[in-house]
Design a protein around this ligand. Structure first.
Ligand SMILES: [Cu+2]
Length: 348
């Protein structure tokens, strides 16, 4: 776009010949630019979400003291999401004058993403099912991620249908859906990861009391901010307006919008508290006494409390088993470095 604007190229020229005449080499189609933008923009959502999903799977399993449910289906779903993410970009463009037949194709592909997403959600819930759950701050954020991913994912089904999207497009409904699923959910995944791996990074815990306050304010606040926005969107309140007061039919939402603003400020303050907790705990946090405080199986927990250069002081350890041998053969957990015993079941 910079080249088109400043150097006279026409990368987004949709037609080169019209009626046998070569077109002047200037300008370009905004729609073509939008196609390229969303071909980047949609997969980019998953670039934020996929690492969060990986961390959440690990943290849910460790803190349920159970193997992740349906491991192969979980991995397969990640691959399916990666591939489908590149085939759905035009679901952002149903109101650009897109041919409805082409729209139907993108509706189908978009709704297909619901399948691997639902598989992941059910497997996360089944991992929790009858687990010996420890509600650490990291675990709470991981469970919060699942909740927000469900809430944000369900409204994705509304928007993925072109017939409903034509009504909801460019309303607050889109703002609410997008922020819950991509903004807040992935932020929860990152917070879960930070609380979980902080002891490994710094040899100290984050303050758990501040962690619980941080979680509950953010969790309740996120729903108070974005849940009512869906209703505003259904009522037709458009997004991207600074001031709607002259639009009298929407005046009834004034109090709701004020509430959303106040809660946003409180939630933001809770994030500042987290930043304080982060830096305070690096220097003053409770010290970790063992190299593996959560009783996890993976390799990073076999390094010393303060790993030096090269991570392991002696031999690099060998991996003998998958990462999820929890509650197996009467043992709470079996680290990956432990060789498989002669009488052990070896399905993995
Ligand atoms: Cu999209």
């Amino acid at each position: 776009m910079l080249f088109d604007r400043n150097l006279g190229t026409s990368f987004y020229l949709s037609d080169i010949y019209v009626a046998g005449q070569i077109l002047p080499n200037e300008g370009g189609s905004a729609i073509l630019f939008q196609h390229l933008f969303w071909f980047l923009g949609h997969p980019e959502v998953y670039i934020i979400l996929l690492p969060a999903m990986g961390m959440v799977s690990e943290i849910l399993s460790v803190n349920s003291r159970k193997p992740i449910f349906g491991y192969m289906a979980m991995v397969g779903s990640l691959f399916a999401i990666c591939i489908l993410a590149f085939l759905v970009w035009a679901h952002h463009m149903f109101v650009t004058g897109l041919n409805p037949f082409l729209g139907a194709f993108f509706v189908l592909l978009t709704l297909l993403i619901a399948v691997p997403s639902a598989i992941k959600v059910f497997n996360w819930l089944t991992t929790l099912w009858r687990g010996n759950i420890r509600f650490t701050p990291g675990m709470l954020f991981a469970i919060g991620f699942v909740s927000l991913f469900i809430s944000g994912g369900l409204t994705g089904l509304f928007l993925g249908n072109s017939t409903i999207d034509i009504h909801l497009h460019d309303t607050k409904f889109v703002v609410a859906h997008f922020h819950i699923v991509m903004g807040v959910a992935s932020m929860f995944g990152m917070h879960a990861g930070i609380y979980h791996w902080f002891p490994k990074m710094f040899g100290r815990y984050l303050n758990h009391t501040l962690g619980y306050i941080h979680f509950w304010i953010t969790m309740v606040g996120a729903y108070l901010i974005f849940w009512p926005m869906h209703y505003e969107g259904l009522a037709g309140v458009p997004r991207r307006y600074l001031d709607l007061r002259e639009w009298h039919s929407f005046n009834k939402f004034d109090d709701l919008n004020k509430m959303i603003t106040v809660v946003s400020i409180i939630v933001f303050a809770a994030q500042l508290m987290f930043v304080f907790n982060f830096f305070y705990s690096i220097f003053k946090g409770r010290k970790v006494r063992t190299q593996n405080p959560w009783g996890a199986n993976t390799l990073e927990w076999t390094t010393p409390i303060n790993p030096g250069h090269g991570n392991w002081p002696g031999e690099i350890p060998e991996v003998h088993r998958w990462a999820y041998d929890y509650a197996k053969d009467g043992r709470e957990f079996i680290p990956q470095t432990e060789p498989v015993g002669p009488n052990e079941t070896t399905d993995h």
